[in-house]
Design a protein around this ligand. Structure first.
Ligand SMILES: Cc1ncc(COP(=O)(O)O)c(C=O)c1O
Length: 454
């Protein structure tokens, strides 16, 4: 199966606003570096130097280390390092439960075998901070006889520590993310020694790294204003946006160390996560859903972006969660369960007895996408029998809400309800007893109803 990465939902969206699905720098590319490569366009007619000078030395000076090899994004180097190591080392270990998949993929593609402890492994791949979870290890404890590949791409956002580079290991950096150039691509690996560097160079595909990407990085690492702006503002914006999310959507939990360029958000269940992903995409501000690529369906990953785009994203989510009164043709509604006819008849008789100038009833609650009735089957029965053709109902986005279908039967889920409504294979009367999970209290869903006149 082809691995799915972020950054794909923007394509084919003519009204695209901002991409929350990738972890790139919210500032966009360095303007200084972009302007610079425009002046270097003539270089494209020549092969760049095979030794990657002067870019290699300049980056080594910037990071304070030696034996750097540059590549076409970090992805190329992950593949290269593992391809070369796999010639002699056969067992790999990945300590994180959820992480950027390229390490695992490269190991498996090179016929390495996964083991489940550091001691058993020959090669250990660590991503720090971990993408997507945002978990951060402050200090490494490394075993002497093992080979470590440590990905510190996301540590570049931490001005204080990103130059504290572990020695004697492979350290991978994606500059693509920090300098926001996903379409250009540039990555580097710091090798444990000159021998390892020479070996990687020997096996690297020639000219994989293009000259404009090299020039871009070379200039970007001189762009102090851009880097300081990134370091000075990303953490503060992330904190503000995290606080807004956690206070707006109770039960959403934002994970990850504070300096990173994204939030890893745990939602109450996978339906809500899927819906939030769909709504963000439909509103031209795609986020990453944890199910796709990471296999953790309760989570979404949301990049730090400017406040205007963020506000648009939050408003799109809030909008879908807000119940609305809407007049509908009663024939378009679908039941999901049978009723107790006696109760339906009693309600019918009662409604019939009311003064026809002033007949009110709590609105029926309906899922706006499927038109399945969520609450109010007896009201629906009585109104139909009264010959009512149109009625105001409360439309909700059933999948976006933290709803318990029946607190006495937690096995029953919202897909069962929708399926019954869509197929007509109705559930028994009173199978569902929908409640809203508000803070720690379960509230009957009828609290969303409004008194309507019919
Ligand atoms: C931790 C990590 N390393 C490396 C990469 C790959 O970076 P590049 O786009 O430079 O190949 C990514 C991309 O998502 C990443 O998250």
């Amino acid at each position: 199966m082809i691995e799915t990465h972020g950054g794909q939902d923007i394509h084919n969206d003519e009204n695209f606003i901002d991409d929350f699905s990738v972890t790139t720098n919210y500032l966009g590319p360095s303007e200084l570096a972009v302007n610079h490569i425009q002046t270097k366009i003539d270089l494209i007619q020549h092969y760049p130097r095979q030794d990657q000078e002067p870019y290699k030395t300049n980056l080594e000076k910037f990071l304070g280390c030696e034996n750097i090899l540059l590549g076409n994004g970090a992805s190329e180097l992950i593949d290269l390092v593992i391809r070369v190591l796999s010639r002699t080392k056969k067992k790999f270990y990945i300590p994180h439960c959820v992480q950027y998949k390229e390490y695992e993929r490269a190991c498996i593609n090179n016929f390495m075998v996964r083991v489940y402890s550091e001691k058993e492994a020959d090669v250990i791949c660590i991503i720090n901070p971990c993408n997507p979870t945002g978990d951060f290890i402050e200090t490494y404890t490394l075993l002497d006889d093992k080979t470590y590949i440590i990905d510190e791409s996301m540590k570049l956002w931490d001005k204080k520590t990103f130059r504290n580079i572990p020695r004697g290991v492979y350290v991978i950096h994606s500059w693509t993310k920090f300098f926001s150039c996903t379409g250009l691509r540039i990555g580097s690996v710091i090798c444990p020694s000159k021998d390892e560097y020479d070996k990687l160079r020997y096996y690297q595909t020639p000219w994989s790294c293009n000259v404009l990407a090299l020039e871009y990085l070379d200039k970007a690492i001189q762009d102090d204003e851009y880097m300081n702006n990134t370091w000075d503002t990303t953490t503060a914006i992330r904190k503000r946006q995290k606080d807004i999310i956690e206070s707006t959507f109770n039960k959403w939990k934002v994970h990850g160390v504070d300096f990173i360029s994204w939030m890893w958000i745990e939602l109450p269940n996978e339906h809500i996560a899927e819906r939030m992903y769909q709504i963000a995409k439909a509103n031209h501000v795609p986020v990453r859903w944890g199910k796709i690529g990471y296999n953790v369906p309760k989570y979404i990953r949301v990049a730090v972006r400017c406040d205007t785009s963020f506000k648009h994203l939050i408003n799109s989510w809030l909008e879908c969660m807000t119940p609305r009164l809407e007049k509908v043709d009663i024939k378009t509604l679908k039941c999901h369960e049978h009723i107790h006819t006696d109760s339906g008849e009693t309600l019918y008789m009662y409604l019939k007895s009311l003064d026809t100038n002033y007949r009110t009833i709590p609105s029926i609650i309906v899922d706006k996408y499927s038109r399945v009735i969520i609450d109010g089957h007896h009201r629906f029965y009585a109104l139909q029998k009264l010959g009512i053709k149109e009625i105001e109902v409360t439309m909700i986005d059933y999948k976006s809400m933290h709803i318990i279908v029946n607190p006495d039967n937690l096995e029953l889920n919202i897909n069962d309800v929708l399926q019954a409504g869509e197929t007509g294979a109705l559930l028994k009367p009173k199978t569902t007893r929908h409640c809203l999970h508000v803070k720690k209290v379960l509230t009957p869903i009828i609290c969303l109803s409004t008194i309507t006149i019919f």
